[in-house]
Design a protein around this ligand. Structure first.
Ligand code: SF4
Length: 63
């Protein structure tokens, strides 16, 4: 299954992904972006977040 992953060491916490795709990306209590556990991810929305992430730190991983 294709799962979106955020490279947290590069993430600048701009919250673009959480605005574009809140069903997948959220800020956790520790103040970092996390990918919500889902059975399937909305490809178009995640691709939109990937495209708009200013530091290109979101990518798909096969799990
Ligand atoms: S768009 Fe990219 S840099 Fe911005 S919060 Fe999301 S993962 Fe981090």
């Amino acid at each position: 299954m294709k799962v979106p992953v955020v490279e947290l060491s590069d993430c600048i916490l701009c919250e673009v992904c959480t605005e574009i795709c809140p069903e997948v990306f959220q800020m956790n209590a520790a103040g970092y972006v996390e990918v919500i556990d889902l059975d399937a991810y909305p490809v178009a929305e995640v691709d939109e977040a990937i495209k708009n992430c200013p530091v290109d730190c979101i990518f798909w991983e096969n799990k």
